[in-house]
Structures are given as C-alpha cells and as structure tokens.
Ligand binder design. Structure first.
Ligand SMILES: *[C@@H]1O[C@H](CO)[C@@H](O)[C@H](O)[C@H]1NC(C)=O
Ligand SMILES: *[C@@H]1O[C@H](CO)[C@@H](O)[C@H](O)[C@H]1NC(C)=O
Ligand SMILES: *[C@@H]1O[C@H](CO)[C@@H](O)[C@H](O)[C@H]1NC(C)=O
Ligand SMILES: *[C@@H]1O[C@H](CO)[C@@H](O)[C@H](O)[C@H]1NC(C)=O
Length: 523
C-alpha cells in the first residue's frame, strides 16, 4: 500500500480520535445482497509491493534499495525497530502466495519488481540473473493457474546508488529509469501486458522528499518535494513514450501510472472558504500529477502554478520552487497513460489556514494553505489516519471522471483500497470496509456512469507497512512474523472478498459480527 500521511494526523488529532466510533457504519448497517452487480468483464485482483513482502534483501546478488540501507542505519525509524530483510519471505514462499491468490478467486495480481533485485547498481550495465529468474518463474507460475500479473516498475524501493545521486530529484534519473524500464520490457514484455510505471508519486515525494515520514527522509520541504514531482512525471512520460515507440507494436500491452488520493470534503459545506479549501487540496495533492497526464491542456494546474510561484516570490526565491515543463515535455506527458490507476483509503475535512504549527516553511502544506482534519463521527477501526467514509470514494471517482474527459476513453482501475488493523483473523471491520467501499464502486458504475473497470484489494497478506513497520496490518491473510516460516492464515475478509468476486455482488450478511461485539465496540 501506501501508508499514511502523518502530517494529517498530528498529536492533537490522536487524542481526539478516541471519540471516533470504533466500529459501525455512518450510513447504517446494510442488509442483504446488493441489487447491483459487478459487470462480467470487471477485473478483480489483489495488490502487493516487492519491498513489503519479498525479504531476501541481499539474496542471490540483489543490490540494496534505499529502504534497506536506511533502515539498517536507523533501526529506530520504525516503531518496532523492524526492516524488510525477511518481511513475509515471498522471495522464497511465492508458491504459497500464488495458492492464496487462487483461493481468493481473483484472476489478477498487482505486484512490483524490485529495481535493485534485477539491476543491483540501479544501472543497466549489471543485470542480476538470479533476480531476473525470480520474477520470470513467478510470472510463469501465476499464468499457469490463470492469474494475470500486473506489474509496477517503481513501488518506492529506489536502488541506493541512485538515491545517493539524489534519486528523483536528479534530472538524469529520467534516463536511468528509462534504462531500467527497457530492461524490464525486454525481459518480461512477452508475458506482462499491463505495466504501471510509478506507484503513488504524491505519497512518495511528499512524505519522503518533503518530510521524513518515509525514506529517503530528505526533509527538503518546498524544494525537494517539487523536484521529485517534476522528475517523476518526466520519467513516467519518457517510459510511456519509449514503450509506445519500441514495444507496443509487437508486445501489445498497456502502460499507466497509479496516483493516490484522499477525498477532500469542506469542513463546513456552507462556507465558501472551506469549499475552496477542499478544491485546493485536491489540486495540490492529486491534480498536480493528474492534470499533466490526463487533462486536455496538460501541464500543472494553473492554481498550483500560481500558488507556488506566488509563495516562492514572497519568500525571496529568485525562481519558482515548482520547475517548468518545456512545450515538448507538456506534449509528451499529456495522454501518457492507458488507464487511470487510483489508490484510495480515506477522506479528510478541509478549511483554509495561513499557518499551522506542524507546517514547515516553505512546503507543499504551507503553499496549499489547507488545514486538514478528520470527522470525529466517522468510524476509526484501525490506524489513526484512516477514518471510514465510503461515500468519499464515490465522490472521488466522480471527480476524476468529470475533471478528466480522457477517462471516458481509458478506464479507471482502482489499484489499491483497504483498511489497517492489528491483524486479527476475525476482522469484521475489514469485511465491512470492503463491503461498504465496493458498494460505492457499484453506485459509481451503475448510477454515475463512471468508467471503473477494475479493483485491487490492498493487500494479499500482512506486510511491512513502511514507517509503521509490522505494527499495522492490511492483509486478507495473516502472516505470523514471529515464526521463521512466516505461516499465512486466511482472515474472515479473505472469505468475504472471495464471495464478492464469485457472486459479483456484495452480501452484507455473509459475514456478520457477533452481536455482543457490535455493542461493546460502539461508543
Ligand atoms: C435492493 O432493493 C430493494 C428494493 O428496492 C431494497 O429494499 C434493498 O434494500 C436493496 N438492497 C441493497 C443491499 O441495497
Ligand atoms: C554494484 O553492485 C554490487 C552488488 O551490490 C556491488 O558489489 C558493487 O560494488 C556495485 N558496483 C558499483 C559500481 O556500485
Ligand atoms: C497570486 O498572486 C496574485 C497577485 O497577488 C493574486 O492575484 C493571485 O490570486 C494569487 N494566486 C493564487 C493561486 O494564490
Ligand atoms: C461528519 O459526518 C457526519 C456523518 O456523515 C455529518 O453529519 C457531519 O456533517 C460531518 N461533520 C463535518 C464537520 O463534516
């Protein structure tokens, strides 16, 4: 998955969050089976990411990713002093993973390639044969049982030697990412027909370059975060055009990007300032990536451009902290995705503010001028940042569909959606989260005509949740991280998801929490 945007959940919110419903649904408990069903050709799948499950951090010639290097140097970075050295050990246990995916009844598996596993130095002069064979075998075994792998090239595990040169803030990264992508297309393009270039550029740049919430923990607020944005976008476009030119004619695949977005509600819908704040938030966090790729005109949204330019000028910078695209770059970015990959987890409430005490100056937070809060009446069954507001999902899908006309021609594919908890097998809250969020997808498809063609649950099994270590669990399968064999056990949510996939409908009664549990958990 992604993980969290910790800035949204500073200390004051943690205390207040005790007031949240621990369990329940703001639109009441639904009964029976959904009247709408998922279309026959709707894609159901499940997602993972290499660094979060594979382990085998130095196995068979793999190079280090920045997460390996950083966590070895700073074990205190995660609350449980953990790292990804073994994780769920999928480097060795992938055949079990495949059985689990098969048991869910889904036909698609979204996973990522670890860049340093196949290019230990990040560069294409040194290809690690064992790493190449790992993915080759995995893909073939998946296909043998009719599961189509969908592959992300970059799910945050930047090779350390390239990070040492600035990672995504170095303009030359565009060339090195293109080299890596070409190696991957040459190696696997015969069997992989859907690629995503980069997962959640917003979370990556904001938390990792602007803040220290994720590795590389650069804290280059207001400068590094926009360089990251800029060169990630250019890297994506470069790879899309390269595939188009060198591979598409004979490999006949598609290439897209996965963006993340929280839905954004005005704190007070009757207050025009709050309505504006909610719009600003989406522009600064989602549209800054979506507009260059999916809009008719291309380039950064004019609001974002003006806002960062204004602030930079006021702050005494001699140029805008947000770099400019050339005309050719704007062209090359526009339309450079064959689908809109979307990761969504939760909704926040927005109002305007000139300054909040946790904001750094300069920074994207400060540039945006939007104060982010939670609605304390929404359920908060898991991590402190993830309130449950299913209706926000439908609104977000509509926002994308209305703002980006290209989405009529290309599909929206939900590449991640899910909920975190402590990892219990009887995960009733996760069952109802999936029921309620998937129900909103049904409404978006059937009532709003949104072109949503696929859905991937986050995530197959409990895993390494970035700066949360193994504290928060998102899996449909439980993994026992104390046991060297990393045994996997299906949770109730696995059974529930399988039923949705099999029947193409949501049965709200399929898994029912015991009555006493409902009562004792309600505040
Ligand atoms: C299905 O439709 C019936 C009749 O309109 C309604 O009573 C029922 O609540 C609907 N079920 C769900 C789960 O929406
Ligand atoms: C390339 O990676 C290998 C394996 O991690 C390492 O031993 C070697 O020193 C690296 N070479 C360079 C030039 O970084
Ligand atoms: C940028 O500054 C100009 C001049 O002060 C102002 O008119 C405009 O509204 C500002 N733009 C944004 C997006 O804040
Ligand atoms: C919080 O959510 C409840 C239930 O959806 C809603 O009635 C209320 O208006 C919301 N409050 C705010 C401040 O958005």
């Amino acid at each position: 998955m992604r993980s969290l945007s910790r800035v949204a959940v500073g200390a004051p919110l943690v205390a207040l969050s005790l007031l949240h419903l621990a369990f329940g649904s703001i639109d009441g408990f639904k009964d029976g089976v959904s009247n709408y069903s998922f279309p026959d050709d709707f894609i159901f799948g499940v997602s993972t990411a290499a660094f979060q499950i594979e382990g085998g951090w130095n196995a068979d010639g793999k190079g280090e990713s920045m997460w390996d290097t950083y966590l070895h140097k700073h074990p205190e970075y995660t609350p449980d002093r953990s790292n990804g050295d073994v994780a769920a050990d999928s480097y060795h246990k992938y055949m079990e993973d495949i059985d689990m995916i098969k048991n869910l009844g889904v036909n698609y598996y979204r996973m990522s390639i670890s860049w340093p596993r196949i290019l230990p130095n990040g560069t294409d002069n040194n290809i690690n044969h064992a790493g190449v064979m790992y993915y080759r075998t995995l893909f073939e075994e998946l296909l043998r049982v009719n599961i189509t792998p969908i592959v992300t090239l970059f799910h945050w595990d930047m090779p350390t030697p390239l990070m040492d040169l600035g990672g995504w803030s170095n303009p030359k990264i565009v060339d090195y990412f293109e080299d890596y992508a070409r190696v991957a297309f040459n190696l696997y393009g015969d069997v992989i027909k859907t690629w995503t270039t980069i997962n959640e550029p917003h979370q990556h740049c904001y938390n990792g370059y602007g803040h220290a919430f994720f590795v590389p923990a650069l804290l280059s607020h207001g400068v590094g975060e926009y360089l990251c944005t800029h060169y990630i976008l250019l890297s994506h476009a470069r790879v899309y055009r390269m595939y188009e030119k060198e591979f598409r004619a004979y490999q006949k695949g598609r290439v897209g990007i996965t963006l993340d977005a929280f839905w954004s509600e005005p704190k007070n819908p009757d207050k025009p300032e709050d309505v504006d704040a909610a719009k600003w938030y989406l522009q600064m966090h989602l549209d800054i990536y979506a507009h260059p790729i999916f809009s008719d005109v291309g380039d950064y949204p004019s609001f974002v451009r003006e806002r960062v330019n204004n602030m930079s000028l006021q702050q005494g910078f001699s140029r805008s902290r947000l770099p400019y695209f050339s005309a050719e770059e704007i062209d090359s970015l526009r339309g450079s995705s064959d689908f809109f990959g979307l990761n969504h987890y939760t909704t926040f409430l927005m109002s305007q503010s000139n300054m909040e005490k946790e904001w750094l100056v300069p920074s994207l937070d400060h540039d945006a001028g939007v104060k982010v809060e939670q609605n304390l009446t929404w359920p908060l069954p898991g991590p402190e940042w993830l309130t449950v507001y299913p209706a926000g999902f439908r609104k977000l899908l509509n926002y994308i569909q209305t703002n980006y006309r290209i989405v009529k021609k290309i599909p929206i594919i939900v590449t991640e959606n899910g909920m975190g908890d402590k990892g219990q097998i009887e995960d009733y809250e996760r069952c109802s989260y999936f029921n309620d969020y998937l129900y909103q997808v049904l409404l978006a498809i059937h009532q709003d005509n949104c072109n949503v063609q696929g859905y991937f649950a986050w995530t197959l099994m409990d895993d390494f949740e970035w700066s949360d270590g193994y504290v928060t669990k998102f899996g449909l399968y439980q993994v026992d991280f104390e046991d060297p064999n990393r045994p996997r056990t299906p949770k109730l949510s696995a059974k529930n998801y399988r039923n949705i996939v099999r029947t193409r409908r949501i049965d709200f009664n399929y898994i029912k929490p015991p009555l006493n549990r409902l009562q004792s958990n309600r505040l």
